[in-house]
Design a protein around this ligand. Structure first.
Ligand code: ADP
Ligand code: MG
Length: 927
């Protein structure tokens, strides 16, 4: 009631939206006569003039009327179609960064052109996003003549294109492509090794066609790029064989400690059990070197940049053998090494030790060291599209999802009226008791329409159901076409002809989407078929004019028969998708009709219909074989659909809440990567980190109560261990210095040591080396991190049983492991650069661990009802495991009883480190 009064006073939201648009359209209309006088050559000049005006500070809004008038005229000249006023309204809405709902067949492809053109004037690129490659190519080609006349360039991104072609297409003023390609290119750009390899140039403005499909249906699963990690499994296996030959430094039998001070040490390595670290003695390093040379794994010094990584393999192998115990630190289950949480004793299913320790343990346990197919990068569509400076979209059906668009994307929906009133007759649903009865009734109805000659478009919710129906129609001898969204190009042609007299077309939800169905068939398609696909233009033209004449008669005939009938064989989970199907009929004021057939055995009815509908049915006296038709039932079904819609919204919101954590981290990492890719002075970062590490050592030095000599010795040992760095000054010289002098001296020497490396091989080579190592480090740690976060996600679900908020736990722990990762990346790299002797130019970007060839990009489509884990439809179609499968956390396998012993006293990760450094345990010896 209140709503009615308010509507009466203020007009509905829709009316208010339209009122704002009318004056703008009037302005454009006023300019029309003038623009019609323009010679063709003036169009591009106008474009140049607009760009100029923008440079000088004018705003797009003030250029809009002229620009739109210009596009309208260009379309009239090039396509013979004058953009309708309602299309201009839609175009204004798109420019405003909102969603426009315009029914199927209203000409959204053309309506997006003025907006794309206007927004391209800034020169930052416009992306027009379509649902499949076929449409991207079709739309770009279809609109190209208009853009050409206007003097703006158009490109297309197709899935089989290589990087060079992609880059070229992205460089155009306007780029058409699919959501998947845009998303994957973004991820791939952030895996590349030099700025020149990037293909995209920012995310300024995107127009998303069929926006409900892309931002809602497809948004339940993320985009994933997966691939094989660098194959170093044989190195783990080799080193595993050699490691037993290394000898631990002998301990003093009296103290049980390693000898200190000037006592000579015998042995290769020392262990620090408390913090699970291994350090090599000089002798140990030599021993490792000779073992490797003997085995033929290296030829010269261990300390060259190519051989250096063996220290890492040996370190991990030693840790695996000496410091990590089976059934204490980890367990072996089903041929897998599973980590045991050191604090709780719980098995952390799916979590892996990082930096190769996991593989080293696998080698030790003689389990197959899996060369894993792993997630290299991932993003949700929500977070991809939220990056655009301005986002807008169009679809025939957005209004039912307006709330989600507003909440998640901050996008407002504006409904534009049709150019001509819709006269389609939407009949009430017919309901049967069983599916069999329903299908029989459907076939009867199709047969009747077919005999009459009225075309029928039959919509099903899955490929299987299409096939069942097809078999039944074959049994009755009714000719028909079946579409299942496999070959978009072929299907577009078939569906274009679905309005021909007597045609019967069965399609699943997505098949042929984006293609318009004309009553009487498609003259263009027929002419192409008649003339042959390779026919020269004039032959085709001739065929077209013949077909066009015939078509006009056919059109009138089919119109007389009642137009296209849309038959829904089942209600879809979302009302929106039913509306899409209906919308295929009754375009541009054509006659048409639609009806849905339902049985109580349908998934929607079984799972969500509830007792409500059944009760209603029996009260109405439903009998076997007799359908029921009643408006009340439509209402109940709609309620059931709303329930599913709400649930799916929850699933997507949930996915997003978790992805938001990852998203912040992803942005941070990608930004860091960008800085590194283009930083010509990376040595400065290394020096800074080296000095930081020294500062940590110095803190301990200041606090230590030892004699000056003893303190210096510890300090030098720590420096040597972490940075393999030995100052020029003797220990006794250093011992005499004040703390400040000591700090100054060593910091200067640290810098000098890097400067001398720079002088030896040249800054470019050193910089290239650091960049290569940095990126490799970031990428592999980030990939570990993605896996860890995923495992964490499952783990926090289990905690929900102990009254903890899983999302909060996920956030806290997720950021903690992220921080640790950043610290590790930085320090590991600095240590390496200080220690290594670089001999040669770094590996070329081509040697980057993941070349595009071995990467797979995947996006799992979700079927109906998939998110709830019901048995209704197969949920996940393609190979890769979904990182965020939507059905939270069910994946962990059942824990088996495993005995876990604890030997190490418990130290909380945020407690002060027992070494007395004053730092938190996790940042000191807890690493
Ligand atoms: P939508 O995407 O809204 O379903 P399309 O962009 O596929 O619609 O266009 C449907 C049909 O309408 C196309 O055949 C197109 O040529 C035609 N069309 C679009 N705009 C106009 C117009 N202003 N005048 C005449 N025909 C038009
Ligand atoms: Mg379209």
């Amino acid at each position: 009631m209140l709503q009615n009064i308010l509507t009466f006073l203020l007009g509905s939201k829709h009316e208010r939206d339209l009122k704002e648009l009318v004056p703008i359209v009037q302005k454009i209309n006023e300019l029309e006569p003038m623009v019609m006088e323009f010679p063709d050559s003036l169009f591009a000049e106008k474009t140049a003039e607009f760009r100029d005006r923008l440079e000088r500070g004018e705003r797009l809004d003030s250029i809009l009327p002229e620009a739109y008038a210009l596009v309208r005229e260009a379309a009239r000249r090039k396509l013979g179609e004058r953009i309708f006023d309602v299309q201009l309204m839609g175009a204004v809405v798109l420019h405003k960064g909102r969603i426009v709902e315009m029914k199927t067949g209203e000409g959204k492809t053309l309506a997006s052109v003025p907006a794309a053109y206007l927004n391209s004037l800034h020169g930052k690129g416009v992306h027009v996003v379509t649902v499949n490659d076929y449409l991207a190519e079709r739309d770009a080609g279809w609109m190209r003549p208009i853009y050409s006349l206007l003097g703006v360039s158009v490109g297309v991104i197709l899935s089989q294109m290589d990087n060079a072609q992609r880059k070229e297409s992205y460089a155009k003023d306007i780029t058409y492509g699919t959501n998947n390609e845009f998303g994957f290119d973004y991820l791939r750009d952030n895996m590349c090794w030099s700025p020149a390899d990037k293909v995209q140039r920012g995310h300024a403005y995107a127009i998303v066609d069929e926006i409900d499909n892309i931002l809602i249906d497809e948004a339940r699963t993320p985009l994933i790029i997966s691939g094989m990690a660098e194959d170093d499994t044989f190195k783990f296996a080799e080193v595993n064989k050699l490691v037993e030959q290394l000898v631990e430094v002998q301990k003093d039998p009296e103290t049980g400690e390693y000898p200190e001070g000037d006592t000579p040490t015998v042995g290769d390595f020392k262990l620090e059990e408390k913090n699970k670290r291994v350090t090599f003695t000089d002798e140990g390093m030599n021993h490792v070197e000779s073992l490797l040379i003997k085995r033929g794994l290296i030829r010269d010094s261990l300390f060259t940049d190519q051989n250096f990584e063996y220290i890492h393999y040996f370190t991990q192998a030693l840790r695996a053998h000496k410091l990590y115990a089976k059934d204490v630190d980890y367990v072996v289950q089903d041929g897998k090494v599973q980590i045991v949480d050191e604090f709780t004793g719980r098995i952390l299913y799916g979590r892996r030790y990082s930096e190769g320790l996991h593989q080293a343990i696998e080698a030790k346990e003689r389990i197959k060291i899996a060369q894993r197919n792993r997630t290299l990068a991932t993003i949700t569509f929500q977070n991809y599209f939220r990056m655009y400076g301005k986002l807008c979209g169009m679809t025939g059906t957005a209004d039912t999802e307006a709330q989600e668009f507003a909440k998640i994307y901050n996008l407002d929906v504006v409904v534009i009226p049709t150019n001509r009133p819709v006269v389609r007759d939407d009949m009430d649903d017919v309901i049967y008791l069983t599916e069999e009865e329903k299908l029989n009734a459907i076939c009867d109805w199709i047969a009747e329409l077919h005999t009459k000659g009225e075309p029928v478009l039959v919509g099903t919710i899955s490929i299987e159901k299409s096939e069942t129906l097809s078999r039944m129609l074959v049994g009755r001898g009714i000719r028909h076409e079946v579409l299942n969204a496999k070959n978009h190009a072929r299907e577009a042609l078939i569906i274009a002809d679905a309005g021909a007299r007597g045609s019967v077309t069965i399609a699943t939800n997505m098949a042929g989407r984006g293609t318009d169905i004309k009553l009487g068939g498609n003259p263009d398609y027929r002419a192409r078929k008649k003339a042959g696909t390779q026919a020269p233009e004039d032959v085709f033209r001739k065929a077209l004019s013949e077909e066009y004449e015939k078509w006009q008669m056919d059109y009138r005939e089919v119109k007389g028969l009642g137009g296209l009938h849309v038959l829904g064989t089942e209600r879809h989970e979302a009302r929106r998708i039913d509306n899409q199907l209906r919308g295929r009929s009754g375009r541009q004021g054509d006659p048409g009709s639609s009806r849905f057939y339902i049985s109580l055995e349908d998934d929607l009815m079984r799972l969500f219909g509830g007792e409500n509908i059944k009760g209603l049915m029996s009260r109405m006296g439903m009998k076997t074989g007799e359908p029921i038709v009643h408006p009340w039932l439509n209402k109940s079904i709609e309620r059931a659909q709303k329930k599913v819609e709400e649930r799916n919204f929850e699933v997507r919101k949930h996915l997003l809440e978790y992805d938001d954590v990852l998203n912040e981290q992803r942005k941070f990492i990608y930004q860091r990567r960008d800085e590194i890719i283009s930083d010509p002075h990376l040595t400065e970062r290394i020096i800074a980190t080296g000095q930081d590490l020294f500062a940590e050592v110095l803190e301990a030095y200041k606090k230590s109560g030892d004699t000056p000599q003893g303190r210096i010795k510890t300090l030098l040992a720590a420096l040597k261990e972490s940075l393999l760095f030995e100052p020029q000054n003797t220990p006794s010289e250093l011992a005499k210095m004040s703390a400040e002098d000591l700090e100054g001296t060593i910091k200067a020497e640290l810098r000098a040591s890097i400067e001398s490396k720079k002088a030896d091989i040249g800054e470019d080579i050193l910089n290239g080396f650091i960049r290569f190592e940095y990126l490799r480090n970031i990428d592999s740690r980030w990939q570990d991190h993605l896996e860890n976060l995923e495992a964490l996600r499952e783990a926090v679900y289990l905690r929900a049983y102990s009254q903890k908020n899983p999302l909060l736990e996920y956030k806290l722990e997720g950021f903690q492991i992220f921080d640790e990762m950043l610290y590790d990346i930085k320090t590991e790299l600095a240590k390496k650069v200080f220690r290594v002797r670089i001999q040669q130019a770094p590996a070329q970007p081509a040697a980057a661990p993941h070349s595009t060839a071995v990467m797979q990009a995947s996006h799992n489509a979700m079927g109906q009802f998939a998110a709830g884990g019901s048995s209704a439809t197969n949920a996940v179609s393609s190979g890769a495991a979904p990182a965020f499968g939507g059905n939270g956390g069910g994946g962990a396998s059942q824990p088996q009883a495993v005995q876990v012993k604890r030997t190490v006293p418990k130290v909380g990760r945020n407690d002060p480190c027992p070494c007395g450094s004053g730092k938190k345990y996790k940042y000191c010896h807890g690493r």
